[in-house]
Write a protein that binds this ligand. Structure first.
Ligand SMILES: CC(C)(COP(=O)(O)OP(=O)(O)OC[C@H]1O[C@@H](n2cnc3c(N)ncnc32)[C@H](O)[C@@H]1OP(=O)(O)O)[C@@H](O)C(=O)NCCC(=O)NCCS
Length: 197
């Protein structure tokens, strides 16, 4: 399993391997489970300090300072948080993007504060943003992620995102990912990844 993990990390850091893309192609939003004492809300001016603290504590999306946060906020179409007992515990945004000349909604910068991880908040915040993107409509919805982000991959697959094809490396990389995810995720393996029989 350790060799598999280092292969996944290597693939993510390899310039010949672009980030993985996942698409949400269902017409309806997924059903979401509430998390006690936590609620989803959109951005309000003044959230920046706690939002920055969340991203810095998370530590897995690079280094964050106010300038980077403001840049992200400036290009975000809609920004969401999960608030738990007055703390910003999770964040993500919907970005207005273009892929191959087509307007799309991208779900970006999903993060949960380490003190709140493993309680369903990653699924809740991603699902809430996804529901809003479905409501906005008219555009394909995608996100970009990395081979080694196992909790994120689990969360996205369970919400109904499907691995996108489109790069020569994807089939082998997704096979390695699904090998690590085990039986629970076998039914979610798309055809382009399945082994030839
Ligand atoms: C990805 C992330 C947002 C998930 O948040 P979370 O609140 O812990 O996620 P959830 O509690 O909703 O769990 C989602 C899935 O991940 C699994 N999971 C949670 N923590 C895990 C861990 N440490 N190791 C393996 N799986 C884990 C859960 O069991 C669940 O899968 P399951 O439904 O098969 O049981 C969080 O781990 C995070 O902030 N990671 C760093 C930033 C990042 O990678 N963002 C994504 C960028 S694309």
């Amino acid at each position: 399993m350790r060799r598999l993990h280092s292969f996944l990390r290597h693939m993510s850091n390899n310039p010949k391997s672009p980030q993985l893309i996942m698409w949400y192609t269902r017409p309806d939003a997924p059903l979401l489970e509430e998390v006690p004492e936590c609620s989803v809300r959109s951005y309000s001016p003044g959230d920046e300090e706690q939002w920055l603290a969340l991203l810095q504590a998370n530590g897995q999306l690079g280094a964050w300072d106010r300038a980077r946060l403001d840049a992200v906020l400036g290009e975000t179409h809609l920004q969401y948080f999960v608030e738990c007992r007055g703390c910003l515990a999770a964040c993500t945004g919907i970005n207005d993007r273009e892929r191959d000349g087509e307007p799309c909604w991208e779900i970006g910068w999903v993060a949960v504060h380490p003190d709140f991880q493993g309680r369903g908040l990653g699924t809740l915040i991603t699902g809430a943003a996804l529901a809003r993107a479905v409501e906005l409509g008219r555009r394909p919805i995608y996100l970009l992620t990395d081979d080694f982000r196992v909790p994120a991959l689990r969360c996205y697959l369970k919400l109904g995102f499907v691995p996108g094809d489109g790069h020569a490396s994807y089939r082998e990389r997704w096979r390695a990912i699904f090998a690590g995810l085990g039986e629970d995720y076998r039914a979610l393996i798309p055809d382009f990844i399945a082994e030839e029989r």
